[in-house]
Each structure stands twice: as C-alpha cells, then as structure tokens.
Unconditional design. Sequence first.
Length: 135
Amino acid sequence: FVDLIFDEHQRQKPHIFGMEMNTRKAMKFVLETRMRELNYYFSIEELNPSFNSGPDDKRRRFKQTIVPLFQYGRWKVSESAKDVIAFLSEVPNARYWDIGDCLSYIPDLAPVIGASVPHDWKPEEYVEQFEGTGF
C-alpha cells in the first residue's frame, strides 16, 4: 500500500494529496520513513469526515457531495477510471462504498468546485431516479 502511494504520487504529481485522519495517523511513521528513504517528500492533507464512518454515512456523504456534481454537469469521469465507472453504474445498490467514500472528499481536495457557484444560486428541484433511495 505504501509503495502504491509513492508510485502514484510520483506518476500523477497531484497538487494536493489527502488521507483520512485515522489512516494518516496510523501510517505516519511508515510514510515519513519511506519519504526519508526515497528522499521524496510531499504533504498529506488530513481529511476528516463530517459524519461517522458507517456504511449509511458513506452513502449519505456521497449523496450530499457527489450526486449534485454529476447532476448539474460539474464533474466528468475519464473513461480510463474503470473502477469509478463500475461503482457509479452500481449506485445506489453498490455492495461496497469505499470508492464512493473516496469520491465524497473531492470538495475537500478541490474546493474550487463548490466555490464557483454563487451563494444565492438555488438548484432545480431534485428528482429521485430510484424511488426511496435518494438517488
């Protein structure tokens, strides 16, 4: 997992990199040691979920942050992101919500997405596509 983090960071060169607070704390020593070994340093933004971490909370976070981005055409997914596309095609009946949970941190890592909407703007009324699911 640590090698994957460093390989992807070196390959993608993101302007910001984030980890959930508990994961970051648990891996702090390992990550800092690896940074010294490779002489490759980068900052890690600590992400704090605004809800608890149960499966229902992951769905709620996804519904409140990501669904509107897609609904109003503010975010597109590359065809190369096959895992993301597979997950999105299974929503709202996805068995595992880890990818959705990761996606729900997008506004924390790219706040420009939310900041570009005027504060007095009101979205069109939301229409549920799957009755009773919120999606």
